[in-house]
Design a protein around this ligand. Structure first.
Ligand code: ARG
Length: 715
């Protein structure tokens, strides 16, 4: 029974939300002053637009970084370049630094002095210096009479000129990115640092607590954070790793807050979301459900099954394959849950409704018919080409195979030598291949690799259409009577790529013929040929697709002039704002907005590696030794917000109305896994680790409290 008081309250709430509606939207920071400031201030933001994004003064954006050019997000939290991101963003690096006997994945890592910080090869950290709208310049020479090919080449030419001029003038790295499928263009200036070091990481029993079982799930109890440090040359400029480098002095760093969060609190996230597909049509959804996701799920699972078997049996293998396995498991589950959510939330119907409205709007006017008349029909035809479907299937399975079977990968990489035997830098290439090989075989388990390749070859041939079956299968049929097992065994017995020793022996005395007839090299090439053939088929229609997508978005915007649109994620800096909020994951269920350490203890299962709790953590819990980080005696671990994020946002700072760090975004909830295609505020939540739990782990659990001295903590 509803009381009048409650209904009045609901009326009030929906009235307020008319004005302060947010949640959905990945906004370009330079435009928040125009589009979002009013709403954000009404919801509780106490900063000005210039404090978020400005080219003239130090601001939040100057504390934000993109890791590895779009892999994850991090933020600077001290004047000495200390950087915080997710544990799963540092996971590969932590695994790479680990070995049996010194396993930082299982035991955690803490540099107790600057000299103990570990350089991470290959890690990059990029700061956005500024961005500009360059649409008018990029499209200046484009006319409506041009076909897609001409259009693309005119745009490319103009973009190259703009980028070159901007790089010369500024000295920064510059890129131009398309927004709204080629309706707008923005230019971004970046500065990238390459001397990045590992400072601290909790053990996986905290940083990956709940493992793949809890991944994409709420309630969650993961301390998903790690600490890195950015170093620069003594003049503050980027420099390759050197002992003489100094901790970066950032333009700005985020202060932290111990105040915690309550339901309804305003918060925002700045970060680098990778890709969304919010304008995907109902046709695209059908394709995803019937083909794209099933192929992805099958192929990833085929690899995971084998990897898991070998990883369970051997610690060295577990470390060697940890990064790849985590990646596969993450996206395998994402595809599974995405299909479920698309169906449960009826996203197809929803898209269809929009498309019908669009079509009706187009029919109302001759000019619209001219411009947009064929768009929907084009989508329908494009998605129905069975040639395209077959090509999609081939690239999915071939991609997973080529990325999964390491012997094919190294064979292909080294195979480059074939065309370089007579070139001047051949000797250098051989030396660099020797260095690569030494690293490569550290994480190569031949037994696992054999079984994985066998599985993938069987899967490929039973799922991909005849025209994309590579000629290595002819060989399998002729020479091995169709026995894939024998073929792979033979490959591993005879390929120079089956072990480090045989590859080194070859590199010491390289001969073109040896590579050319190597069975792994031959197999890799035959798969790449089929892959390229399928890509070519995909690209035949790419022009038509991109035109339909561009026109569809242009039309939707014209049809709804009152609505402010945001562009799909594309690894550029975005702001999303909303509030801390509980939700209902399913009928009859209510999920609170935060979890606590009690939940970690409840989930403990010493027989399951994903749910082991360390004695130290149990001890702190039982003594309630939480320092200043608990709230009324309760140690909060994670919380939920309504932010609009996706992959790439991992590690993004969650910032309160005062501009202080209150948590890190690290996941989304499975019930809303359709979110890359459609945001649904009723179910979509961002899962964040509470910054107070982070500080508790650093200070109380790890005893690395000295690190807190360089932070600015509002108490
Ligand atoms: N789902 C999260 C993401 O995509 C976390 C992934 C890492 N965790 C894991 N258990 N594999 O960012």
């Amino acid at each position: 029974m509803k009381s009048t008081r409650i209904s009045l309250f609901l009326v009030f709430v929906s009235f307020c939300s008319l004005f302060a509606r947010a949640d959905e939207g990945m906004w370009l920071p330079m435009l928040v002053s125009k589009y979002n400031m009013n709403a954000m201030q009404q919801m509780g933001l106490r900063l000005t637009a210039d404090q978020i994004y400005s080219v003239n003064q130090a601001c939040l954006k100057d504390a934000l970084v993109s890791l590895d050019h779009g892999g994850c997000t991090g933020s600077i939290i001290s004047p000495k370049g200390l950087l915080i991101t997710n544990h799963h963003c540092g996971y590969e690096a932590i695994a790479e630094q680990s070995s049996v006997g010194s396993n930082f994945l299982s035991d955690g890592f803490w540099a107790m002095r600057p000299e103990e910080e570990l350089p991470i090869t290959g890690k990059t950290v990029s700061f956005l210096i500024r961005m500009e709208d360059v649409t008018a310049r990029v499209l200046a020479n484009v006319t409506s009479a041009m076909d897609e090919g001409e259009r693309a080449s005119v745009i490319q030419k103009e973009t190259d000129l703009i980028v070159k001029a901007a790089e010369t003038e500024s000295g920064f790295e510059v890129s131009v990115e398309s927004m709204f499928e080629g309706n707008e263009y923005y230019m971004f200036y970046y500065q990238t640092f390459t001397d990045v070091r590992m400072v601290g990481a909790p053990p996986s029993s905290i940083g990956k607590f709940g493992g793949d079982t809890d991944n994409w799930m709420w309630p969650r109890h993961t301390g998903d954070f790690c600490l890195l440090r950015v170093y620069s040359a003594s003049d503050g400029k980027p420099a390759e790793y050197s002992k003489n480098n100094v901790p970066l002095q950032p333009k700005y760093f985020l202060p932290l807050s111990l105040a915690g969060v309550k339901e309804g609190d305003f918060s925002m996230i700045l970060g680098y979301p990778g890709a969304t597909d919010r304008y995907l049509t109902s046709y695209g959804i059908s394709e995803k459900l019937s083909q794209g996701n099933p192929a992805d799920i099958k192929a990833k699972w085929a690899k995971m099954e084998v990897m898991k078997k070998y990883m369970d049996g051997d610690e060295a293998t577990r470390i060697a394959y940890a990064g790849d396995y985590a990646y596969l498991a993450n996206f395998w589950k994402k595809s599974l849950q995405e299909s479920k959510a698309l169906q449960r939330l009826k996203v197809f119907d929803d898209k269809k409704k929009t498309e019908d409205a669009f079509q009706a709007w187009v029919q109302q006017d001759e000019g619209r018919k001219q411009t947009y008349g064929s768009v929907m029909n084009d989508f329908s035809t494009l998605y129905q080409t069975s040639a395209l479907n077959r090509a999609n299937e081939a690239t999915s399975y071939a991609g997973e195979l080529l990325m999964g079977a390491r012997i094919l990968y190294i064979a292909f990489q080294t195979g480059e030598l074939v065309s370089r035997f007579d070139s001047a830098d051949f000797k250098d290439m051989v030396s660099s291949n020797k260095i690569k090989a030494a690293k490569f075989y550290k994480t190569f388990n031949p037994a696992l690799e054999k079984e994985l390749l066998k599985n993938m070859l069987r899967l490929y041939v039973s799922n991909v259409s005849e025209q994309y079956i590579p000629d290595c299968y002819t060989l399998i049929n002729k020479k091995f009577r169709g026995d894939i097992g024998k073929y792979v065994d033979h490959m591993f017995d005879h390929s120079i790529f089956a072990s480090e020793a045989s590859l080194l022996e070859f590199l010491n005395n390289p001969r073109k013929k040896t590579i050319k007839k190597d069975p792994a090299y031959v197999a890799a090439n035959s798969f790449i040929s089929s892959y390229m053939l399928a890509r070519l088929a995909q690209m035949t229609d790419e022009d038509k697709f991109s035109k339909a997508r561009r026109l569809y978005i242009a039309g939707l915007r014209e049809m709804q002039p009152e609505t402010t649109f945001y562009p799909d994620a594309n690894s550029t800096l975005r702001l999303t704002y909303g509030s801390v909020k509980s939700y209902s994951p399913a009928d009859a269920l209510y999920a609170d907005y935060y979890t606590s350490l009690q939940g970690v203890m409840e989930k403990e299962d010493s027989t399951n590696a994903e749910f082991v709790v360390s004695p130290k953590l149990k001890d702190l819990y039982s003594k309630k030794d939480f320092g200043p980080y608990a709230e009324k005696g309760v140690m909060h671990v994670c919380f939920l917000t309504t932010h609009d994020i996706t992959g790439g946002n991992s590690g993004s700072p969650v910032i309160n109305g005062n501009g202080e760090l209150i948590g890190l975004a690290f996941d989304g909830n499975s019930e809303a896994m359709s979110s890359d295609i459609k945001f649904d505020v009723n179910v979509q939540r961002t899962i964040c680790v509470d910054i107070r739990y982070v500080l508790f782990v650093v200070d109380k659990y790890a005893g690395a409290g000295y690190l807190l001295d360089e932070l600015k903590i509002a108490r």
